[in-house]
Design a protein around this ligand. Sequence first.
Ligand code: 1HN
Length: 353
Amino acid sequence: MASPRFTAPDGMPKKNEVDDFYELVAEADLQPLWVQKGIMPNEPPLAAVPFAWKWKTLRELAERSGELIPIDRGGDRRVLSLSNPGLAGQPYATQTLWGAVQYLGPGEVAPAHRHTPAALRFVLEGSGVWTLVNGDPVPMAPGDLVLTPSWSWHEHHNPGNTPMFWFDALDLPLARSLDAVFFENGPDQMANRAVDPISGSELKYGTSPGLVPFDEMDQGAHSPLFAYRWKDTDRTLSRLVDISGNGTASLKFVDPTRGIDVMPTMRCSMHRVSAGAKTQKYRRNGSSVWVTFRGSAVATIAEERFHLDEGDMFAVPSWCSLSIEATSEADFFCTSDAPVFEALGLARVEFLN
Ligand code: 1HN
């Protein structure tokens, strides 16, 4: 028989009672709130750090991976992920975003698969590559944004004789933390085929600004337009810079049927900063990953300065301020988790000087 529990007589310290209580709480797999430290910090305690990856290194190592590492089933993709030094060796650029450089050599095919984490590509170098998104062949060229939304089949083909390099972003860390990841291999590679200069999604949804097919049933979770072309992005940025009068312009890529973000977990935007111009300093919660598409600049992230040249990528963790000053006219692609924060009522933005 268990021995009886004694309580301290009146007037004696009750310390043992408290110790006993903590023991019982622990045995019951419970934890008192009042002993927790840092569970409700005043501001997000950050692990990820502001960081930049140089294109020279990314390109060299991606190219070398092309010489050494085949792509086939199992590997599926030849990708070097941006691993934020604050994230303890995880292959993530920020707390919520995967960022990477992907290399597809001449004649190579990255086989079909689909996964619930949403993905996007921003093309940096090469030509002649196309990616098949849910059966729709989408040609890829530098400056283009190509979407492979959650659970869409995708495979990449390079029938040409030059390699292609692109930036990949996925909401993988977020999907992982939500226990929302599913993955499936596709049917083995389809034969190479002739590909139209634009995808079916562009024919249907990208023909004229502000005009989309009227379909009461359009209720998808993501943009039905899979490609946003550099010539359109470039023209729009030029006009917006002329209008802004301060040498900077920003645009957002949207679902043409609803005017909302292209995918529910990732906002995509493009930013132009003229030589000598500087963007307004701001910070928001949630994180972003940036790609320098053209030009050179200095980005100041949470008071740390990073010199950027063409192709350089950088991570802006939650609540870190950012401003960019261009040394030559510079264009940046950016993807962020902002739609998630907005949908959840958690978004905060602060403009600083
Ligand atoms: C993926 O499927 C691709 O399809 C790229 O190109 C990067 C990173 C993690 C998991 C899946 C692609 C990826 C990925």
